[in-house]
Design a protein. Sequence first.
Lengths: 305, 430
Amino acid sequence: MNSLLTMEGVERATLDGLLDDADEFYEVMQRPIPKVPALRGKTVAMMFFEPSTRTKMSFDAAAKSLSADVVSFSPGTSSLKKGESLKDTVLTVKAMGADLMVVRHKSTGAAWRVAEWSGLPVINGGDGAHQHPTQALLDAMTLRQHFGSLEGLRIAIVGDIRHSRVARSDVWAFTTLGAEVTLVAPPTLLPPYLADWPATANSNFDEVLAGVDAVYVLRVQAERGGASVFPSVAEYRERFGMTDARFEKLRPDTIVLHPGPMIRGIEIDGGVADDPRCKVLEQVTNGVAVRMAVLFQLLGGSKDE
Amino acid sequence: MNELTLQNAVVVAGTGVLPGLQDLTVVDGVVLDIGEGLEVRGEAIDCAGAWVGPGLVDLHTHLREPGQEWKEDITTGSRAAAAGGYTAVVAMPNTDPAIDSGHLARYIADRGRHVGLVEVIPSGCITADREGKKLAHLDELWNAGVTLFTDDGDSVADAGLLRRAMEYLAERGGVIAQHCIDGGLAGDGQVHEGEVSSRLGMPGIPSEAEEIVIARDLSLVRLTRARYHVQHLSTAGAVALVAAAKQEGLPVTAEVTPHHLFFDHSYVEESDPLYKMMPPLRAPSDVAAVRHGLRTGVIDVVATDHAPHASHEKDHPWEDSPFGVTGLEWAAAVVNTVVDLAPEEFFSVMSVAPAAIAGLASQGRLETGAPANLVVFDPTAAANTSGTQSRSSNAPYLGLELSGAVKHTIYRGQFTVRDGAATHQAGAAE
């Protein structure tokens, strides 16, 4: 693996390997000094061309726990504002000595272009509504932690599938790992063509509720036009919200996941968010572990150091 | 006297393909004679069985002058056109300023004459500054020689305004050429709406965005009887609409681009902005439909929509890159490679029909006494896809294997391309 750009077409053995490594790094994180020298001397460049707090912090924490150096690029104050092409920006940062780039960008395919231009290993930290592979890994890790395996799990992904890079990554990762996925959304928040997706769609959340092992609740993404495609927020909550009432109808062993940030009162009620069966904080912790695993694999670190 | 003899060619004249291998003599910029074993006049060029036909005519070229000369200008665009076998190009009016009045149209034609490599025919806007709010100076444009009117880059969305333009031009015989994309349905669409857009998570442009504009405009054609031309038609549904309109006898013509004949939306999978164009690359079934439409005459013309962009403008991710690809230099090879037309059909879609639509008297004709605007095209030779004469290189054909090569382009009796190479000295035309 040279770069991690997408979950589409990634083989099961690759996913298993990354998740096994992530489990080991999870142990490292529990130590009194949660730091290993595996990537000492390596420089990770954080190329976040779209606002991000948690993903950037998580990659930051992962890189530092592996003793890598981190340089960060912030578009607000950068030369991109002055009209520089993205290619020139990337080549400039490469010339400063980056060994790997983590790329987040509002456009689909940005990480592919950066990999092509830079020749460096690249981790896609989210490209438009396309892919966010480390999110899928941390979600899979959380499910694996809880259930032991994803084999045979039934998972509902609920909400703004159309504008969600999380859904596009999770669908492929979860099904590659043996789970069954149902997409639950109003028609305007489903992608127009689903025939080649390894998932089915159902717009009746209540019908799906009782039969699933996990409910993955997505955020309504107002910034990608998600808010203008249903008549009202109240109606959305009524039909697709993970409300306290719906939570009651889940089987007692069903868990709830959310990529964050949660908008309480719209897609998830406070009671659900605060319940121990909502794994959102475990997801955040696991995020650091899977990102350590990916950085470690791509930068060829040694566990023996 | 300036004399030239082309020997041993498959000659595609106005009356059809002449039998066997023929010779053709050119004297002082005019075709003097066509026949077997003619007495050589001036230099003799052996065409070795290649096709000789009227020089190619492009109805849809973005020369970017005035206003965006870092992408292309009339000099570099003319060179690219000549390299592709063209002797005439219709310049799109979405320049800066837009060509919406007579003096601007005259400037384009003058610049084309000054460069002298192809006939540059200005088209004019339908609405002032392409804003879709009020009519452009259609009268001035018409008097400056404009026959084809378009707001290319945008559809004229207001049906009442378009009706007035149609009524005005119907009286004179001008052509309304429409860029058919409904702005509301297309939204901020980036690619064809389909399996690929759904997986890539990019907003799609449904086929219907093109088809509902055509359907509405055909109603207006019924009302006004104006001549109407569909630009860069790209969907199976659009082919069906045009076929039905022709059946009905409406004065409708249509063009397809080389890229919509060659590529489908699977090329978008890697999200390389080289394949970003408007209309977007469509589904394989649409590609099959436009090829069939061209073969059966529903689509009259191949037009390049040659749309140069500097490489720094495409050195961005998909959604930050502009729409458009170049195509003048490879259109003939693309058509010859993917559609397999007989010589007379090939010259019909590449030269005769576009010249007729734009009303060009000295183009699209190969007969005794006609101006010597000619191309020698070898359909069996490999196209040169190693470089470009354009200022921009956003060309998806570079490095591909295409069959069909422009051997010679002759404009007004003079070589602009000879043995596949430009005759102008680099940088000397200006």
